[in-house]
Design a binder for this molecule. Sequence first.
Ligand SMILES: C[S@@+](CC[C@H](N)C(=O)[O-])C[C@H]1O[C@@H](n2cnc3c(N)ncnc32)[C@H](O)[C@@H]1O
Length: 563
Amino acid sequence: MEGTISRLYSPLFLSHSNLSLSEKLQSQSTSSPLMADAFSFRVRAINSSVIRDKVSISRPLKFVKRARQENSGVSRKKEGPQNPAKNKHKLNLEISPHRAVSAVRLMRIELGGAFADLLNEKGKGSGDNEMGYVERTLGFCTRDLDDRDLRLVTEVVGGAIRWRRFLDHLIVSLCHDEKTFRNMEPLLLQILRIGFYEIVKLDMPPYAVVDENVRLAKIALRPGAGNMVNGILRKLVLLKEKNSLPLPILEGDDRTRARALATLHSHPVWMVRRWIKYLGQEEAERLMMWNNSAPSFSLRANTGKGFTRADLVMRLNMLKVPHELSMHLDDFVRITTGMQIVIQAGLLKEGLCSVQDESAGMVVSVMDPQPGENIVDCCAAPGGKSLFMASRLSGRGMVSAVDVNEGRLRILKETAKLHEVEDVVTTIHADLRIFAEKNTVKFDKVLLDVPCSGLGVLSKRADLRWNRRLEDMEELNNLQDELLDAALTLTKAGGILVYSTCSIDPEENEERVAAFLQRHPEFRIDPADRYVPPAFVTESGFYFSNPVKHSLDGSFAARLIRS
Ligand SMILES: C[S@@+](CC[C@H](N)C(=O)[O-])C[C@H]1O[C@@H](n2cnc3c(N)ncnc32)[C@H](O)[C@@H]1O
């Protein structure tokens, strides 16, 4: 059972740096049925040889060599301290556990191409396995993480990833020269990022942070590394006290200003330029602030299993988890804190509720599934929307869930069973383009939730901003057009085709629909205002949730009718 359950917790947070675009897309997800706390990162059990093999793309060779040495313990052996094999179970009580674990997680995420689950399924106890990684990487282990440590790890790892560009700007400004920064070994850089984040963004007591991070660098690396951390962090503390951090100034031409904004709000420059173009500077800045804020989560009561929102509310009250009823969806409850408690209480494991953003739930409202309908979900895995649709069928009708990614489709199938909707869900492992060519059945309703940039969900997916490239956008648009052309052949006359994304980018949204309607005039827009609240409906009749305006993930859906 344990194995099944951990497979159900989908790896929502994937370090994409070593994947091709098509692999990235296949791994894409915004609404895992069992997704939980975005920053309960838990690195999957990937052995160090995998790490060694995957290091190559994201960092220059120099870093790769160092990472290999660190993972193999070579550098430590040479410089004195720990050979992990010899120091098994060497417990270090001087190092704060959250810093040791955060440093190792950050290393694995950035260098290892490691999966970092958003979900920490065993809660507190899941730190156990992680100590193995800590010991292998740092040469010692710490005491077990308590609840406070876990919260800190979540905060520090998420923050250090989100604020990477901003933190690196400060670090490089306080190093002797850029070369020192560029040549810095990966573990040292992560320790500095942790220290900078704790001092600048978390306002932790500065001298305690300095002492702790210096100790970590000394013990995990060597005394010289500790001295370097000491020098740089102390400079930072002084500058912060004088309120004179070396921050970029907003001046110069458009490009220079965009670079400064990208650093201040820690986003890639191309994204900032794109948003300034589409939204204007003020709105772009608000969007970046939203992306950097702590995400909140929604739970959907699994009515398919006979568990209502009232039941969910009762359980949350018993667990003392603060919550609010969704104003937009009958089955949903919003929570800002307490996800670990929900997980530990087993509500997700038992299939009583799912983690699903209301913005994704409203795409299902736009579909408006009715009992007895024959529905196909063309890009279905891991199944957030398929399962919600299935729960609306009251046991009559069918959701055919197609996806090219077999592993994720397996998750969908297992979750359908857990949610007791398996009688109305069929899974089909196929590339939609091939499936559509061969298939002769026409469906009442077709959902095409395409692979997209995910630019609407950056608040929940801390690393996504660093893994998307401008070049991906064109490739994505071509794929989205191809999938739309395939999905149309599955739609019966008078049937409904819903095209959706978790993007806020007009090129992936309105522009794809406009191009499709030009190619296929037999389709017309069915305005979304009959299905979702008016605040979410655009002038053209599309559903759009805007993170800044609605405090939800960004999401888009066009409901099209075939004549
Ligand atoms: C945005 S995710 C879908 C999320 C899903 N609708 C949900 O609510 O959980 C996009 C999905 O498209 C799938 N995909 C990508 N290319 C595909 C193709 N050519 N045919 C079928 N599925 C594809 C990916 O494997 C991925 O699971």
